[in-house]
Design a protein around this ligand. Structure first.
Ligand SMILES: *Cc1c(COP(=O)(O)O)cnc(C)c1O
Length: 454
């Protein structure tokens, strides 16, 4: 099994190489050369624990990592979760389930991928006897989860750019109060898209990226997508037989990484009948799935900040399949998008997809309603997904963050401020951050000065 770039102008690489490189050298994103058919394996996988299922699944893509190593890394990655099932499924009513993805160290779903990625990096450094410097941009949760995936790991440093003042105070504390010497939280004077652009530009300078052994940890890393496939698979295997036939996953969406993983798994032969893309007021993807036009607008900060995105980086992976796995057409699409700020898919096939959008008022109302109806507290991101659930289907709503990460919005909606002991403990620790302008040269200078060398 090799991995190819969506833009077709980079050599195929192994799993280990794809993970270490992150973004392909031609600017594209890595995808498996072919997708395995899982339909015949599902029965045999029903009884596996989360970590064992993860090792089995990844084993199909990573023949270059010994089986026992993969098993060890998966167990280590999910060993830090506070719930024995890692991703427990809660039933709210006959047709509605919530998949809780917030039992990891930073209380958001990104831990499920980034704990694993951190361990893969650590193992890779050990094998090569060399260092990795991770560079990424975050609108909140990715940075915290990435940092906690690499915290204190030898031969690694992590540089995370985030828009200063535009992540929640608790998210900022999760990034800046770690006390770890290999963690650099870079507060950028700009938006999340500025931060993301700077990271892309830094990686675009191949000499710089090679010299400092840079690796990407944002949602473009292939290992994250594959790790995220696992909770869809694990959940599908745990659903009552009748629910399996009508299951729609409903996914709070920003960069399209989470939802793409579910779609990819369906393409591997797991019978999922629907995937709903739930956006906040930054509804670029909702507009795309209703009109076929992908038009980049400006970001409007919302009550669900980790979804405040106007350029969904993983969308390119979907385009690759939309264009029949033809990289020439992906390149043309991306060039058009860059030139015009918009792109229209010639004949949009919605396939499994549907979509919704939610304003901040919808978010508040939904949190209040679900709390009153079910006694269940949603965080603002998860609330975006509770719009127009299809009564004819079994909905599995992905709960992407613990409500205690957003005490103001949730407290105002329900009258009770949610708390979590992990977050309470952060409040007494000092904040360490580095403020930089939204300028690629300044960021490159900082990285050059602090990168780990071997
Ligand atoms: C990152 C994040 C999202 C969006 O996920 P994508 O993979 O970027 O689509 C949604 N909710 C929360 C809480 C997040 O942290």
């Amino acid at each position: 099994m090799k991995f190819i770039s969506t833009r077709g102008a980079a050599d195929p690489v192994t799993f280990r190489e794809a993970v270490a490189i992150g973004l392909a050298p031609d600017g594209g994103l890595y995808l498996p050369q072919f997708l395995p058919d899982l339909s015949q394996r599902l029965r045999a996988w029903e009884q596996l624990s989360y970590a064992d299922l993860c090792a089995e699944f990844l084993g199909l893509f990573a023949p270059d990592i010994p089986e026992e190593v993969l098993t060890k890394l998966c167990h280590r990655s999910y060993g830090r979760f506070t719930h024995p099932e890692i991703a427990p499924l809660k039933r709210l009513d006959e047709r509605t389930f919530v998949l809780e993805l917030f039992h990891g160290p930073t209380l958001a779903f990104k831990d499920l991928a980034l704990q694993l990625l951190g361990n893969l990096y650590g193992w890779e450094c050990e094998q090569r006897g060399s260092s990795i410097n991770v560079l990424g941009a975050t609108s909140g949760d990715t940075g915290a989860a990435a940092i906690h995936g690499l915290l204190g790991k030898p031969r690694t440093a992590i540089f995370i750019l985030y828009p200063d003042g535009r992540v929640s105070p608790l998210q900022e504390r999760q990034m800046t109060c770690t006390g770890a010497a290999n963690v650099y939280a870079l507060a950028i004077d700009g938006s999340f898209d500025d931060a993301q652009r700077i990271v892309k530009e830094a990686f675009g300078d191949h000499e710089f990226a090679t010299q400092h052994r840079l690796s990407a940890v944002n949602s473009i890393n292939l290992a994250r997508i594959l790790a995220q496939c696992v909770y869809y698979l694990y959940t599908w295997l745990r659903l009552p037989e009748a629910a399996r036939e009508s299951v729609e996953f409903v996914v709070p969406t920003g960069n399209f990484g989470n939802v793409f993983a579910g779609w990819l798994l369906a393409r591997m032969g797991v019978p999922i009948i629907g995937i709903k893309v739930a956006t906040n007021q930054n509804d670029l993807l909702h507009r795309f799935f209703t009109t076929g036009e992908y038009r980049i607008g400006t970001v409007h900060p919302s009550a669900a900040p980790s979804m405040d995105i106007q350029l969904a980086s993983n969308f390119e992976r979907l385009l690759y399949y939309v264009h029949d796995e033809n990289p020439t057409r992906v390149r043309a699409a991306m060039a058009e998008l860059r030139a015009n700020g918009s792109y229209r898919v010639p004949a949009l096939e919605r396939d499994l997809f549907s979509s919704t959008t939610a304003t901040d008022a919808d978010i508040a109302q939904t949190i209040a309603r679900v709390s009153a109806q079910h006694g269940y507290t949603l965080d603002p991101h998860t609330a975006c997904a509770f719009q127009k659930l299809d009564p004819a289907r079994t909905s599995v709503v992905l709960a992407t963050a613990h409500p205690a990460k957003f005490p103001e919005v949730v407290g105002a909606a329900t009258g009770t401020v949610p708390v979590h002991p992990v977050l309470e403990a952060l409040k007494s620790k000092p904040i360490v951050k580095h403020c930089l302008p939204a300028d690629v040269a300044a960021v490159k200078r900082f990285v050059a000065e602090h990168a780990v060398r071997t």
